[in-house]
Design a protein around this ligand. Structure first.
Ligand code: ZN
Length: 188
């Protein structure tokens, strides 16, 4: 899935979870397990991604690399803007959760480029690959117009859903969201 879809869904879920007064242990478990699971859940939906451009996104200057670079900048700029707007910019837990929802893409890049080889990361890479493999054949290597458009649309749907949720929080910040006191005092 596009990086903005991963990071915006991650932000929405992280903010939703931050409403409860969780223990530190519970938050760490959410970051280690729930956040990567959210990544895999999104990748299971048949979608268009940079690898469909037919070039290697790890090779600097290729169309896929450029696309991946734009996605990453957009994905993190969107999160920074949302957290700033909601006055949650300094919330470490939310940032860590969002980073963990994106982390499988980082690990895959590092494994594919041979920079890391640890067994855990290889397993994570295999799992990540598996989420794409059940539908990959539908598109072909480089999707033609209509499948490509549909695949882009799937990405956009998963940007729009969290955007609606986050906008709702923005509109009802004082009433709807029960920010734990320590989050408010840490950021306001
Ligand atoms: Zn992924």
């Amino acid at each position: 899935m596009f990086v903005p879809a991963h990071t915006l869904c991650g932000t929405a879920v992280a903010i939703h979870l931050s409403q409860e007064n969780s223990s530190r242990r519970k938050r760490i478990l959410q970051i280690l397990l729930l956040a990567p699971a959210l990544h895999f859940f999104l990748d299971l939906w048949p979608h268009w991604d940079a690898s469909n451009l037919g070039s290697n996104y790890l090779v600097i200057g290729t169309p896929a690399w450029r696309e991946a670079a734009i996605e990453n900048v957009l994905g993190f700029a969107a999160v920074a803007w949302v957290l700033w707007k909601l006055k949650l910019f300094k919330n470490f837990w939310i940032q860590a959760f969002v980073l963990a929802t994106w982390a499988p893409d980082l690990f895959t890049s590092l494994v594919l480029s041979g920079r890391i080889t640890g067994a855990v990361f290889l397993k994570l890479q295999a799992l990540h690959l598996a989420t794409h493999s059940w539908w990959r054949g539908w598109y072909g290597e480089v999707p033609t117009f209509w499948p490509g458009l549909l695949g882009v649309g799937v990405n956009l749907v998963f940007c729009i859903i969290p955007a609606f949720y986050l906008y709702g929080i923005h509109l009802n910040r004082e009433h709807f969201i029960r920010y734990p006191k320590r989050i408010l005092t840490a950021t306001d």
